[in-house]
Design a binder for this molecule. Structure first.
Ligand code: PBG
Length: 338
């Protein structure tokens, strides 16, 4: 007679519930569906699609492509699209003047997408970096990002986006007090139904690298007085977790409806802590560098692309996230059988 591997605990055989697909499905603790995905998308001012070199499989979309993508999202069951603008370098200036242009590319794309598929939620980034020639998210004075003056322009940008039809404003700038200022302005303008998903715990990260190429904010990082080399005076130090909870608490108090942790995969501990502490709808952003990592390895034959995509997205659900902002959204929705 063969001896049981754990004679003292004969009933403890964890593999019993893993023996076949049907039982694995039956005891599965979390599931990923297309309804968990927010499609991250870059729009540009020209015609056609322009591939982003550092993000294989991703192109900047024209306004027309964005409208078509909104219909595609609808048919794939993807609830929302987050749109990010690529602006011609010649149109950028130190103050990011075009950030609140009511006839600019963001307003145009939002309107086109809402016209094409009104059932799909549209989310806009509130931050100046696509529009500033120095690539920072705020206004610069003597080498410092000034907080309160930046918040004023962010409010103008947010109101422009809301009036264009944007459903969710997503402040990604990390200025203090911006959620409250945006929420008050929305109330004052009778736009009380517009949602705020704050990038509450956003870290200064190397993983945003490919995004800078995607939106053409390449200049950041000269390190000169008029262009600080990094975003560490406003984005969080990646060693911190208690601070993330304070950031989230503040944004909720100021009127955020949903909160976000960013980047995603290296910060799953923060997602879990935020979910446990606040019970708020909490999202994670699988950022450009995370996308690039998986694609680069897959293209070398080092990772199975489809399985890595689904496993990485599933991890966010296991960590407790309500959903994930991801460049993989349409791809993942198809893999999930949409
Ligand atoms: C800027 C912004 C960034 C991203 C979204 N909004 C970059 C940054 O903060 O430097 C990153 C997105 C990505 O890497 O996919 N406000």
């Amino acid at each position: 007679m063969t001896k049981a591997p754990l004679a003292a605990y004969p009933a403890l055989r964890m593999r019993r519930l893993r023996q076949a697909d049907w039982i694995r499905r039956l005891v599965r603790e979390t599931v990923l569906t297309p309804a968990d995905l927010i499609w991250s998308m870059v729009v540009h001012e020209g015609e056609g699609q322009i591939p982003v070199g550092s993000m294989p499989g991703i192109s900047r979309f024209s306004v027309k492509d964005c409208a078509a993508a909104a219909k595609e999202a609808r048919s794939l069951g993807i609830p929302a699209i987050a749109v990010f603008p690529h602006i011609d370098g010649a149109k950028k200036d130190a103050t990011g003047r075009l950030a609140h242009d009511p006839n600019g590319i963001v307003a145009t794309a939002v309107k086109a997408m809402k016209d094409a598929a009104p059932e799909v939620g549209i989310m806009c980034d509130v931050a100046l970096d696509p529009f500033t020639d120095h690539g920072h998210d705020g206004l610069l004075e003597n080498g410092r990002i000034v907080n309160d003056a930046t918040v004023e322009t962010l409010v103008a940008q947010a109101l422009m986006q809301a009036k264009a039809g944007c459903d969710i404003l997503a402040p990604s700038d990390m200025m203090d007090g911006r959620c409250g200022a945006i929420r008050s302005a929305l109330e004052a303008e009778g736009l009380q139904d517009v949602m705020i998903m704050s990038y509450a715990a956003k870290y200064a990260s190397a993983f945003y690298g490919p995004y800078r190429e995607a939106i053409g904010s390449g200049k950041l990082g000269t390190g000169s007085v008029d262009n600080p080399a990094d975003k560490k005076t406003y984005q969080m130090d990646n060693a911190n977790h208690a601070e993330a909870l304070r950031e989230v608490a503040l944004d909720i108090a100021e009127g955020a409806d949903m909160v976000m942790v960013k980047p995603g995969m290296p910060y799953l501990d923060i997602v879990r802590q935020v979910v446990d502490a606040f019970g708020m709808p909490t999202f994670a952003f699988q950022v450009s560098g995370e996308y690039a990592m998986i694609m680069a390895a897959a293209q070398n034959g080092w990772l199975d692309e489809d399985r890595s995509i689904l496993e990485s997205l599933g991890g966010f659900k296991r960590a407790g996230a309500s959903g994930v902002i991801t460049y993989f959204a349409p791809r993942a929705a198809r893999l999930l059988g949409a």
